[in-house]
Design a protein. Structure first.
Length: 115
């Protein structure tokens, strides 16, 4: 069973920065890794994804502020979040999409941005 372990969430003031990390257990190569978030009362939404080649895709709301990266050898994905806004407050979930089509999710890490 694949496990995703996230870290790096917390409380920060508006304009501040946080860096999220997520490590997937096992040594099986992962196709796409990404971050999603869910704010209270809202649906889970895509934040950013990155494939094995390093190609990325971002939600419009975070472009220019967030940067996703990964270490393929360690099955690890990072999310550098700068210029944080109160509307970025949410639970952030790591996702791993494997070549066999299976998806796995982390337990979520809370990010709270105070105004």
């Amino acid at each position: 069973q694949v496990q995703l372990v996230e870290s790096g969430g917390g409380l920060v003031q508006a304009g501040g920065s946080l860096r999220l990390s997520c490590v997937a257990s096992g040594r099986i190569s992962i196709n796409v890794m990404g971050w999603y978030r869910q704010a209270p009362g809202k649906q889970r939404e895509l934040v950013a994804i990155v494939n094995t080649s390093g190609s990325t895709n971002y939600a419009d709301s975070v472009k220019g502020r967030f940067t996703i990266s990964r270490d393929n050898a360690k099955n690890t994905v990072f999310l550098q979040m700068n210029s944080l806004k109160p509307e970025d407050t949410a639970v952030y979930y790591c996702n791993a999409h494997y070549w066999n089509g299976r998806d796995y999710w982390g337990q979520g890490t809370q990010v709270t941005v105070s105004s």
